[in-house]
Design a protein around this ligand. Structure first.
Ligand code: NAP
Length: 283
């Protein structure tokens, strides 16, 4: 049995390796979620804005019907889209997401920080969704460090993760410290830098020393930092490859060589509201 690593936040064990579904068509999302659960993944990431929540739910039901998992084996995350940050809109979408999935999610995130409406309203509604049983836990996505702290100060319940872009070409020192400080966690989106890692000389050289690929080295580098990683693929062989990261360890020298790949222009997805700024990691 694979050593399935998890991080425990506020009493909840979140599997460190998950499966992302952004940009997967509903057909691919259903097929790949079922395959991922067969392979051994126990953490699935989707969002209302991906327009595939119903298909993700179908994929989970397929895996349950095939006897690969039970619902309780899985950590299921979805996200509130930014157009739904008012109380009424947030609760309406939380109900809609749970209905589309056919399951109560384990984690409901605010997808991107927004200046309006007032954060008291949005965080209040997110907590209300939890209290109403529309999600087991709540959290954030794409919140810089100061905003992460502010959101937690306005939230009754623990914000169990902040899901942000993170891969070898980005530094994340401040956010990682902030998450540790708050007793929360970081989830890395685009953990494979959207496939760019495949041609990286350093990652491939480290991989050769372990009999692993650049993708496997990258995912190992993330989970060895206690960062949750949610790689996405439409290919079964790659889903298998990306899951095969529990039987080797990177040395601290190898970890540092990968950290050294970060650069100021490493960010791939900058959709942050102009009211906020990413943490400056280069000063
Ligand atoms: N919260 C947010 O704002 C946010 C933003 C972006 C993403 N996300 C979440 O994070 C997940 C992952 O991020 P992502 O989808 O942007 O990118 P990613 O997982 O970094 O990369 C996916 C791309 O890499 C390729 N790939 C997969 N495994 C590979 C491997 N072992 N070697 C080489 N290439 C590989 C895939 O191609 P093939 O399909 O051809 O294998 C695909 O094109 C998303 O699916 C989504 O769930 C969240």
């Amino acid at each position: 049995m694979t050593d399935q690593l998890a991080i425990t936040v506020d009493g909840h064990a979140i599997p460190l390796l998950g499966f992302g579904t952004w940009n997967l068509t509903p057909e691919d999302a259903r097929r790949m979620v079922a395959e991922a659960l067969r392979i051994g993944y126990r953490h699935i990431d989707t969002a209302w804005i991906y327009h595939n929540e119903a298909a993700v739910g179908d994929g989970i039901r397929d895996a349950i019907a095939a006897g690969h998992v039970t619902r309780d084996d899985i950590w299921l995350t979805t996200k509130i889209w930014v157009a739904h940050f008012d109380r009424e809109g947030l609760l309406k979408q939380a109900r809609e997401s749970a209905a589309s999935l056919g399951f109560t999610p384990d984690l409901l995130l605010l997808h991107w920080p927004k200046a309006e409406p007032a954060w008291e309203e949005t965080l209040g509604a997110l907590n209300e969704a939890k209290d109403l049983g529309l999600t087991r836990t709540i959290g954030l996505s794409n919140f810089p460090a100061a905003e992460f702290r502010r959101a937690q100060s306005l939230s009754k319940a623990k914000l169990v993760t902040n899901q942000v872009e993170y891969h070898p070409y980005l530094k994340l020192t401040k956010l990682l410290e902030t998450a540790r400080d708050l007793g929360s966690s970081i989830t890395a989106w685009s953990p494979l830098a959207q496939g760019k890692i495949a041609d990286d000389a350093t990652l491939n050289a480290i991989g050769r020393a372990h009999g692993k690929t650049a993708g496997q080295v990258t995912l190992r580098w993330l989970i060895q930092q206690n960062v949750i990683a949610i790689p996405r693929t439409a290919k079964v062989s790659r889903a298998e490859e990306n899951f095969d990261v529990f039987d080797f360890r990177l040395s601290s020298e190898e970890m540092d060589r990968i950290h050294a790949l970060a650069s100021p222009d490493g960010r791939l997805g900058d959709w942050l509201d102009k009211a906020f700024n990413w943490d400056e990691e280069w000063r």
